[in-house]
Design a binder for this molecule. Structure first.
Ligand SMILES: Cc1cc2nc3c(=O)[nH]c(=O)nc-3n(C[C@H](O)[C@H](O)[C@H](O)COP(=O)(O)OP(=O)(O)OC[C@H]3O[C@@H](n4cnc5c(N)ncnc54)[C@H](O)[C@@H]3O)c2cc1C
Length: 365
């Protein structure tokens, strides 16, 4: 049963947020926009966060295939709800900071390389359509040529709801609000309200914990390795997805990802994984064989139970926003709105009851 904690209605609160990854920063931006006074705590460089390691996909439709239960589960609905909030979130941040962060709305193409993958895309298509979403089947001999892809590509499902953003530029834009003093930033590791108040020199009306893989209640961490190539001419502008892999073209790099390792011996990069990711991408887009590797990295995805987020009240005026696993970039606007509604004690239009700390742990519920 979900634990409900009553919160007083807050006019202009002093809010403390632990963790300046995409989740903490999005909560800070939402609450700042509503007129609250924000203090963010983080000791690490943004480059060390999982948010920096992401590929920036905003992919509610394709992710349906990677979490269980189809397009009507609470998690799938939350993903679509957040994707729908992205245009307003992006526009508000662009207006506030003037910093571009590559929010691009070209539809994603989910690719099938064999009959088994084609069957999975057919199932995805049925599930999306049954839930009222749009997608278009593309097949035929002209498809590989039109994409610059190899003959490995047999068919594709076009997903108009799946977009992308440059997550690193996004973090830069959100963090610029700390530099411009819209938010106060305290460079410190914090694990209690007392520590926050001691570092800040004032008390807080509400506390939000958004410490990513270090958050209390996160019971597993899934390592992901990805790489970036220098851009080469001939790469399609659209994101391409295949199985668990993807090619995400950005103006200044092409991201190829990603591994999903629930057990691993170290958090560093593996040459074997780099080679496998590169070769899989080249088998789809042969033009990539000409591209040089720019960077290889890993990140630690925070995961809870069966993969549902952890968002809600954990005490009086105390909230958690974590466990966004594979979808922290996608889910940032809806998570921030939900947390801000809880902080203000308002009924929320965002349906996230299933992700409450003591709520249902099953993603398929
Ligand atoms: C390879 C890879 C690709 C991915 N691609 C995508 C994608 O395309 N789309 C998508 O939606 N998601 C993607 N993800 C998932 C996404 O990156 C995560 O869901 C998201 O970054 C989680 O954000 P977060 O803010 O919870 O955690 P983080 O980004 O890790 O931020 C947590 C912050 O908390 C700080 N912190 C920790 N402990 C403390 C403390 N005690 N006090 C103060 N601060 C503290 C840390 O320093 C850190 O800055 C990907 C992940 C990986 C690894």
């Amino acid at each position: 049963m979900t634990r409900r904690v009553e919160t007083k209605h807050m006019e202009r609160g002093r809010i403390a947020i632990a963790g300046a990854g995409i989740v903490g920063l999005a909560c800070a931006f939402e609450l700042y926009r509503r007129g609250h006074e924000i203090t963010l705590f983080d000791a690490a460089s943004p480059t060390e966060s999982t948010s920096w390691a992401a590929a920036g996909m905003i992919a509610p439709a394709y992710e349906v295939m990677l979490h269980r239960g189809g397009a009507k589960t609470p998690l799938a609905r939350f993903c679509f709800e957040s994707a729908a909030l992205w245009p307003e979130f992006a526009e508000a941040l662009r207006v506030e900071t003037g910093i571009p962060f590559g929010y691009a709305r070209a539809p994603t193409l989910a690719i099938a390389r064999n009959d088994k993958e084609a069957d999975r895309l057919v199932t995805l298509k049925k599930s999306l359509i049954a839930a009222g979403h749009i997608c278009h089947w593309r097949h035929g001999q002209a498809l590989p040529g039109s994409l610059g892809a190899s003959s490995e590509v047999q068919a594709a499902l076009e997903l108009p709801d799946d977009h992308q953003v440059d997550n690193r530029h996004l973090i830069h834009a959100l963090r610029s609000l700390c530099d411009s003093e819209s938010f106060r930033f305290v460079r410190a590791v914090v694990n209690t309200q007392e520590e926050m108040e001691r570092y800040a020199g004032n008390s807080f009306d509400a506390i939000i914990w958004a410490r990513g893989a270090h958050e209390v209640g996160i019971d597993s961490i899934v390592k992901g390795q990805a790489l970036a190539l220098y851009p080469v001419a001939g790469v399609p502008e659209q994101v391409l997805r295949f199985g668990a892999g993807y090619i995400v073209p950005k103006p200044d790099r092409v991201i190829i990802g990603a591994t999903s390792e629930e057990t691993y011996s170290h958090t560093g990069v593996s040459q074997k994984a780099t080679k496998a990711l590169f070769e899989e991408a080249v088998a789809i887009l042969p033009i990539l064989s000409k591209a040089k590797i720019m960077e290889v990295w890993t990140g630690l995805r925070p995961r809870r139970g069966n993969g549902v987020p952890l968002i809600g009240s954990i005490g009086e005026n105390e909230y958690v926003a974590a466990g966004l696993h594979r979808n922290g970039v996608l889910l940032a606007p809806a998570t921030a709105r939900r947390v801000a509604d809880l902080v203000e004690g308002k009924p929320s239009a965002i349906d996230a009851e299933a992700f409450a700390p003591s709520g249902n742990m099953d993603a398929t519920a």
